[in-house]
Design a protein around this ligand. Sequence first.
Ligand code: AMP
Length: 424
Amino acid sequence: MALTSKPRGTNDLIPGEIELWQQLEEKIRVVCHAYGYQELRTPMFEHTELFQRGIGDATDIVEKEMYTFLDRGERSITLRPEGTAPLVRAYIENNLGSGALPVKLYYYGPMFRYERPQAGRYRQFTQFGCEALGSSDPLLDVEAIALPLELYKTCGLSGFEVELNSIGCPACRSSYREKLVQFFEPHSDSLCRSCRDRLHRNPMRLLDCKVESCQRIIEDAPVITEHLCGDCADHFAQVRQYLDELQIPYNLNPRLVRGFDYYTRTVFEVVSSELGSQNAIGGGGRYDGLVEEVGGKPTPAVGYAVGVDRLLLALKSQNKLQVDSTGPSAYLVHFGGNTKLKAARVAHLLRGKGLWVELDHMDRSVKAQMKQANRLDSKYVLVFGEEELRNNQVVVKNMQDGAEEKVALDDMGQLTKILGVCAK
Ligand code: AMP
């Protein structure tokens, strides 16, 4: 293993690329503000049990994909594979539900899953998620869809579709589970190993299997929407009514179950036509039992997670993101010695006013410094010549029109005004 190669499935976000991420992060803040969601930051790692209990023992994530290790105190620790269980843990631990409900929170940050890397699927990836806790209002399910759609739209993304389903509550699921077991049992020999293992433990997980031979069998499996109890069917009808009212188009997909055990009732996923096999750019659903499962009071909740890496891939393939490449406000050209001392002082003062100011650190000739100022696309060049310094002045050259003027160095107000920013 070369020391210069990063671990498989990870990415460096280098200058030129990171600006796109920063633009997107800004848009996320703006959209969350409009919907009244506040940011919550949790640790990158949690006690393993939180995910085992929260996501479910018989899920792909818990069985195959977690980065789990014992720390030096012999505690089992897991790098977070998703953001909802940690957010719920923090909600309970910080007693965030003690005030007015619902509590609307969002998170943004890296997640870790030991998956087989490919385009759009990484071992470290970034998710943005919004979660509303404390209410079972179907309108909040719709908000959890509308908010990320607003983000996709603000970014200029097109060609995405909402897939929608309801997977009911524990009450309506118990009879459905029996039907599933009855359906799958005769096919048991043709199922993959993990489906065979899960058949009696957690038959709904079979519906999420990506193995092709299992997929063929799943096609004919009974669908949950035909087994919803009255309350769940009513909730689902209201979700669709609100979606129609907000003119948010969706496809009903009775096969959509999502890869986590915590979901109840509404589940949804957004797929982009721009991406290949890894085409989901986000997904979520209602999880009315999770807060209690993690140790809090019974609290209905609903949320959504956006795959930020994939969203950026989709936006790039539609040419929807451009790096805003403005150069420095000023490049300070000096002749070494005293002139460099003075330039250093002026750079320090101008930077203190928030201006992007550059100067030479490579002992370049004056000509080479001018070239560098051009290369950086600096708006102004300030020339610190010996003669000007004797008069406590500097030559300010506008690089757009070539105009030059001498400015007194003890008048920083005038300098900053010329460079385009009001003094602090
Ligand atoms: P999930 O938490 O599995 O529902 O994922 C929510 C979204 O995160 C997905 O729709 C993807 O856009 C993104 N995502 C999930 N896993 C990965 C991964 N391994 N690499 C990149 N993006 C991912």
